[in-house]
Design a protein around this ligand. Structure first.
Ligand code: FAD
Ligand code: MLT
Ligand code: ZN
Length: 463
């Protein structure tokens, strides 16, 4: 037996003895859904699964693991795409799936306080019911948790309007590796009292502590959403349209999503989602605004048509039509069904001035080397965020590392980032030095060493 396995057996025995079988599952009693996240790693059963109901349960579990020097992998909704929540065979997995609930919507502070395991969609419903809007939104909203959003500093479709998750967090409660509970359920906009420590835990991907409660800032309600699917000439036109809309309808742009024709055709032909525009345009945009009525979106689009920046556009005339347009953009949820051999996923940042050229360079690279792959390009381009996913429709497996080396090489050449929003987790660890200097990595190790000196939280992830 390995040393890790011996440690794990002792830790699991202590967890069971002190917390009981309701909170601690082992062997076949661990539901297979906790064996993996959305990254394509083979399912792995952790040594034990802890299902805390309260912050005190989380604290007790971490205290026991700390005493045994046992590694712990925190799991939220398991929709992460970087393998951060994927457990190893000797890890204890700690799932927040029972810590669900909105604790408060404070209308005077415009804040919402929730337990970390609450699905993002429940936060949306609670915010809307109280006359507000939640600023964080992404395709996985039904399954991802607010704790996971905080841990990954999730981006998504409304970043150009409300910022990343980081910009939406006012306060946090976290449990450190030794079980210490640190709480700042701050609702104040201004609070310059020393280090803003909650920010350290946002985007740390569970390597510094377990997030148990979140205070989010809410935004004024969006009373109407006007949405259009546009067919355009090229990426330069997309940038011109973005800057024009920012000037013409300031503060009203909620989403600005680009879809290259390979993505549009995958969604509308392979995945069979209805196609409101033909599939032969060089680039598609899905634009969503908070304008009050259809006419107020038609007006700027008419100017863009006149200027030749826009070739064609379809406006959603009802909520149902709006949902149908978004169904095209949300096809990534279907990849696993069509790419049965798995997919190679990228979530890169590219300076906007080079985005069009970078997509062309990447497309040439793929066509030359992996012509049998279906490769789809899309992204939250107003945030300089490009997604690229490669898979094979015949179920064959692609040479992942070879493709990653080549793609990240090109991303570095354009001075991009190896992760814009999904994080490093397990899958991008080897490529982190392409985006961070040795000094930055050294500082990150210092922080990790100070807060989790035994390296017990999410071992082997990020650094
Ligand atoms: P998990 O997958 O469970 O965990 C993710 C990471 O956070 C792991 O490292 C885990 O250890 C850690 N973690 C989870 N909960 C906690 C906690 N309470 N305390 C400490 N650490 C924790 N991401 C985007 O940024 N933008 C998108 O547009 C987007 N769209 C997506 C669409 C689909 C269809 C899918 C499947 C995923 C998408 N994602 C997107 C990725 C994913 O949804 C986000 O990263 C999300 O924030 C993860 O939340 P989760 O609760 O599922 O976390
Ligand atoms: C998205 O924007 O759809 C996501 O980040 C998910 C993905 O690209 O797979
Ligand atoms: Zn995304």
């Amino acid at each position: 037996m390995t040393e890790a396995a011996t440690i794990a057996d002792a830790a699991v025995a202590a967890l069971l003895a002190q917390l009981g079988a309701d909170l601690v599952r082992t062997g076949d009693a661990i539901d297979p859904r906790f064996h993996h996240d959305w990254a394509d790693y083979p399912a792995t059963r952790p040594k034990a699964l802890v299902l805390p109901r309260t912050t005190e349960d989380v604290s007790a579990a971490l205290r026991i693991c700390h005493a045994h020097r046992q590694g712990v992998v925190t799991q939220g909704g398991l929709t992460g795409l970087a393998g951060g929540a994927h457990p190893g065979p000797d890890d204890v997995a700690l799932s927040l799936s029972r810590m669900v609930g909105i604790e408060e919507v404070d209308a005077s502070s415009a804040t919402l306080t929730a337990l970390a395991g609450t699905p993002l969609e429940q936060l949306h419903q609670a915010a809307e019911a109280a006359g507000f809007t939640c600023g964080i939104d992404l395709g996985a909203r039904g399954s991802c948790t607010i704790g996971g959003n905080v841990a990954t500093n999730a981006g998504g479709i409304n970043v150009l309007r409300y910022g990343m998750t980081r910009q939406n967090v006012r306060g946090l409660e976290v449990v450190l590796a030794d079980g210490t509970v640190v709480r700042s359920l701050n609702k104040l906009i201004k609070n310059n009292t020393g280090y803003d420590w909650p920010q350290l835990f946002i985007g740390a991907e569970g390597t510094l502590g377990v997030v148990t409660r979140v205070v989010l800032a809410l935004h004024p309600p969006v009373r109407s959403r006007q949405t259009a699917l546009c067919a355009i000439r090229d990426f330069d036109a997309a940038l011109a349209i973005l800057r024009f809309l920012e000037q013409e309808i300031p503060g009203r742009l909620l989403a600005f999503e680009a879809m290259w024709p390979d993505f549009y055709r995958f969604a509308t032909r392979t995945a069979g989602i209805s196609a409101p525009l033909p599939g032969d345009a060089p680039l598609y945009l899905l634009v969503e605004t908070s304008l009050p009525d259809q006419e107020s979106l038609e007006a700027p689009l008419a100017v863009l048509l006149e200027r030749g920046l826009l070739h064609d556009a379809v406006l959603a005339k009802s909520e149902e039509e709006r949902r149908k347009l978004w169904a095209i953009r949300e096809v990534p949820a279907e990849y696993a069904r069509h790419f049965r051999g798995g997919s190679v996923k990228f979530d890169v940042g590219i300076p906007l001035g080079h985005m069009g050229e970078a997509v062309g360079t990447l497309r040439d690279l793929i066509d030359r080397n992996w012509p049998e792959a279906t490769a789809v390009f899309y992204g939250h381009v107003a945030d300089s965020n490009l997604h690229l996913v490669l898979g094979r429709l015949d179920g064959a497996v692609l040479p992942q590392h070879e493709i990653e080396d080549a793609v990240y090489g090109i991303v570095s050449r354009f001075e991009g980032s190896v992760s814009a929003e999904h994080g490093i987790g397990r899958s991008k660890k080897a490529y982190l030095p392409l985006s961070r200097s040795p000094e930055e990595l050294g500082l990150m190790r210092l922080i990790k060493g100070a807060i989790d000196p035994l390296g017990l939280l999410n071992p082997g992830k990020v650094l």
